[in-house]
Design a protein around this ligand. Structure first.
Ligand code: SAH
Ligand code: SF4
Ligand code: F3S
Length: 461
């Protein structure tokens, strides 16, 4: 089979990262091998994100760049196919296809199992008419996972595994229910099989993914339904799977069983991303989040009782339509009361087709910017304090790759902090192992530490 080169550019969330890896698996039997640059690719896939306007804009400018590259290749007698997948494709696929003739194929997040077919159709249309207009944006997810290949490339020591797709929550600012479709949970047996395969291929840490991961309710194989807590307990029985994470959770779906799993299963990392968006009940109600600030505090309290060393991260939106100074202060109060190890924060971005985009009381851009700066200042202060408090502690670090200097390895702490470790004098390869590391210093974007185990012990393993 002729070798072909595939370049995938991934935007957006971890679910897109997982999907891109699976697209490569789907295309491998056709002879496609990954390449780092679009210049030498036969097929370029943009796996796109629609969550904020900026994310979507990036795609259009990339399509523009690819058009030039495509024309250059055509002049040299070659050919490059351009495919746009992911959430922008889902939301605006048909329109993109009309507006950008350089795109050969548009496919949604629930259609990539059909890529070999779709590419075949696109190629035929190109040969016959000189232009391909293949659009596949059907949102039915049920079959996707069943039809993905069992063969998969190794995903490294730390890997993503999608267990849940879509969202039924319809927060009023958010495009996800429209781009990913209705909630769907993979059966427990499928998840276990994929996790076992990953572990056989060398993975030691798995992050379970879903737009609403803790809404997971998968077929348990015995006529019942398993929640996320139950699924995690089953996964924790897999030998060699040392670390389990999950993201992204919704406060509404944190149940007592999941909290108990944090208490009972040491392999769940003591770090949870739990987006709150706002600290104002008025705004939370307008956002259709269906929880209050008090409920968020209650959940955090229960999690901390169950797992006292747990740290939290979150997402925030400032400048949601109608947000007043008092509402914003409520968000700042919540941030100060909870204390976050890290967080993402965004200016509200009106998204076409979502209810909030049409509201009259849009907050002016300069007010959004000012609030964001105040919030980010506080969040950064908290993150720096959290990192500073790590100095002197001994933490297990999953060593994943070589660092910049000889003998240096880089890995992640339980709290997702990047830690560089000088292991130069230690014989043997420590990559892929979890080692106790004494944190010695905070650098700008990472921590530095030294192995806290006797060298002879390390070398013996
Ligand atoms: N399912 C997750 C969030 C997925 S989107 C949850 O329920 O929390 C990731 C983050 O992007 C959101 O948490 C939110 O903070 C942000 N976001 C989503 N839509 C946005 C918009 N229209 N403008 C600004 N930020 C947005
Ligand atoms: Fe979007 Fe809300 Fe669903 Fe999260 S829960 S994906 S923010 S609609
Ligand atoms: Fe973006 Fe789609 Fe993920 S809109 S955040 S890539 S679910």
């Amino acid at each position: 089979m002729a070798k072909k080169r595939l370049h995938i550019k991934t935007y957006g969330c971890q679910m897109n990262v997982y999907d891109s890896a699976r697209m490569a698996d789907v295309l491998a039997p056709l002879g496609y091998e990954a390449t780092e640059t679009p210049e030498d690719a036969d097929l370029v896939i943009l796996n796109t994100c629609h969550i904020r306007e900026k994310a979507a804009e990036k795609v259009y400018s990339e399509v523009g760049r690819l058009r030039l590259l495509k024309e250059e290749k055509a002049r040299a007698g070659g050919r490059m196919l351009v495919a746009v997948g992911g959430c922008v494709a889902q939301a605006q696929g048909a329109e993109m296809m009309r507006r950008a003739p350089s795109i050969d194929l548009v496919f949604g997040p629930q259609a990539y199992q059909d890529l070999p077919d779709l590419l075949g159709r696109a190629t035929r249309e190109l040969m016959e008419t000189g232009r391909s207009r293949v659009v596949a944006i059907d949102l039915a997810v049920d079959e996707k996972f069943d039809r993905l290949p069992e063969e998969a490339a190794p995903q490294g020591y730390s890997a993503f595994l999608t267990i849940q797709e879509g969202c039924d929550k319809f927060c009023s600012f958010c495009v996800v229910p429209y781009t990913r479709g209705a909630e769907f949970s993979r059966p427990v047996a499928d998840v276990l099989a994929e996790a076992r395969r990953m572990v056989r291929q060398g993975t030691v840490e798995i992050s379970l993914l879903g737009q609403n991961v803790n809404a997971y309710h998968g077929d348990d194989g015995n006529g019942g339904v398993a929640g996320l807590g139950e699924l995690i307990r089953r996964l924790a029985d897999i030998d060699g799977l040392e670390r389990i994470r999950y993201t992204t959770s919704h406060p509404r779906d944190v149940d007592d069983d999941l909290i108990a799993a944090h208490r009972d299963v040491p392999r769940i990392m003591p770090f949870l991303h739990l987006p709150v968006q706002s600290g104002s009940d008025r705004i939370l109600r307008a956002m259709n989040r269906r929880h209050t600030a008090a409920r968020y505090h209650e959940i955090v309290g229960k999690l901390r009782d169950a797992r006292p060393d747990i740290a939290l991260s979150s997402d925030f939106i400032v400048g949601y339509p109608g947000e007043t100074d008092a509402d914003f202060q409520a968000t700042m109060d919540l941030v100060r009361q909870v204390g976050f190890a890290m967080a993402y924060s965004f200016k509200y971005s009106p998204r076409p087709g979502t209810p909030a985009a049409d509201l009259d009381e849009q907050v002016p851009e300069d007010v959004k910017s000012a609030r964001l700066a105040v919030l980010q200042d506080e969040l950064l202060r908290q993150q720096e304090a959290f990192n500073a408090a790590s100095v002197g502690r001994i933490m297990p670090v999953l060593l994943e790759r070589d660092g910049r200097h000889p003998g240096q390895l880089v890995g992640r702490s339980p709290y997702m902090q990047a830690v560089s470790v000088d292991a130069g004098s230690v014989p043997g390869d420590l990559k892929g192992t979890i080692r106790n590391v004494e944190i010695a210093a905070v650098l700008s974007n990472s921590l530095r530490g030294r192995l806290a185990e006797p060298v002879s012990m390390v070398a013996a393993q």
